[in-house]
Design a protein. Structure first.
Length: 398
């Protein structure tokens, strides 16, 4: 169907511009008048509006969702989208919002307009927006979406801030050890070589490692790059990736962190979906592509199949075997009481607090561990240097 570019004035005196589909020019004018817009100019479009597949970063999507939820509550949807597109400092946000704004002006629903930008708006996001439009509660759904993404961003921010100091400390420790082995130990070796005596085993070991790092670092770097490339190729195979992800879930500390984070996100997402009227099976199916861990993805797919066969949510979670007992109990209680949404939301609050507390404790233990390991390595290097000196001194005295 032909497209026409238009400029018009609405009842509030605001300027409207965009594209519209119509069989003829007169039909395009008629459509604008039905919207109670006064056409200023209507002409055949020079080119179709492209759908640029720009991707949103997590924080950009979070901020755009909060802005949209705030603006939609006080202004028309078209104006809200246009305002966000004009005010954003991020090129991807401006481009996506302008494209979405143009499609909404053409008469598409917001969820349909967002579907033209699949890399910016995830399927679960679009499904919840569509549910809000069907229920006539789009502002409320956008508010819940904004809260969901803000909570996820908050958890991610806390984790990154907690990891910052241990990572800097570990990097500093590695740099200190490398500097000792690359610059200090070779200078001491020169002095030992002039003495012409056999060195202790520990000293010879440290000297060997130092020479390997000084002379063989290009080979070590090449081996590390090749190992990383090989690991990436191997993990691209579904069976190996599944086995690797299952192994990660069995790691004592890391496995619990992954399970708790997944459980908290799923509980929060399901609570919002149930509150917005989205079917449970559809919501679970939409969460599957967002999971990077293949073991958790297979467990979620199994839950979808179990519920589709008539099972309950709590029974499907129990059969999956990757969720904490607290979530299982609260999901069962919510189904028994007929209020699964509020109970899942409470479970998500509890699991997020537990995740935050557990992460703080683990990372708090990691800091002294790094210091102890660094002290041990430095002590070994110093001892390897002192042993020959003490040995030579005892021989000289004797």
């Amino acid at each position: 169907m032909p497209r026409f570019e238009f400029a018009a004035i609405d009842l509030g005196g605001r300027h409207r511009a965009g594209r519209i589909e119509a069989p003829t020019l007169d039909d395009a004018r008629t459509q604008l008048q039905r919207r109670r817009w006064q056409p200023l100019s209507v002409a055949p479009a020079t080119a179709p509006a492209p759908a640029r597949g720009r991707r949103f970063r997590s924080r950009d999507l979070t901020l755009a969702t909060r802005q949209l939820a705030t603006l939609v509550a006080v202004s028309p949807l078209e104006e809200s989208l246009r305002t966000i597109g004009q005010q954003s400092d991020v090129a991807a946000v401006r481009e996506v919002m302008h494209a979405t704004h143009g499609r909404v002006l053409e008469g598409q629903r917001l969820s349909q307009a967002m579907a033209s930008q699949p890399r910016a708006f995830p399927p679960l996001y679009r499904a919840m927006v569509a549910a809000g439009e069907d229920a006539g509660a789009l502002p409320a759904i956008l508010e819940r979406l904004a809260e969901l993404y803000e909570r996820q961003q908050e958890v991610r921010g806390k984790l990154m801030s907690s990891l910052a100091y241990p990572l800097v400390l570990a990097g500093t420790a590695i740099a200190v050890v490398v500097a000792l082995m690359a610059f200090v130990v070779p200078r001491v070796v020169e002095q030992f070589d002039s003495m012409g005596r056999e060195l202790p085993a520990l000293t010879r070991l440290v000297i060997g490692v130092s020479e390997l790092m000084a002379r063989g670092w290009p080979w070590l770097l090449a081996a590390a790059v090749l190992a990383g490339f090989a690991a990436r190729r191997l993990l691209a195979r579904p069976r190996l990736r599944l086995a690797f992800d299952r192994m990660l879930l069995r790691v004592p500390v890391l496995g619990r962190l992954l399970r708790d984070l997944h459980a908290a996100r799923m509980a929060r997402t399901l609570a919002i979906m149930l509150g917005s009227g989205l079917p449970l099976i559809e919501g679970l199916a939409l969460t599957v592509p967002t999971l990077r861990n293949r073991a958790l993805r297979d467990a979620t797919e199994g839950m979808v199949a179990s519920i589709r066969e008539g099972g309950s949510l709590a029974a499907a979670m129990r059969r999956a075997g990757v969720f904490p007992p607290t979530l299982l109990y609260m999901a069962a209680s919510g189904e028994d009481s007929g209020q699964p949404g509020p109970m899942l939301e409470r479970a998500a609050d509890y699991l997020e607090r537990e995740f935050s507390t557990f992460t703080t404790v683990v990372l708090g233990m990691l800091e002294p561990l790094v210091i102890v390991v660094l002290g041990g390595v430095v002590a070994v290097i110093v001892l390897a240097i002192l042993l020959p000196i003490l040995q030579f001194n005892s021989l000289a005295i004797g």
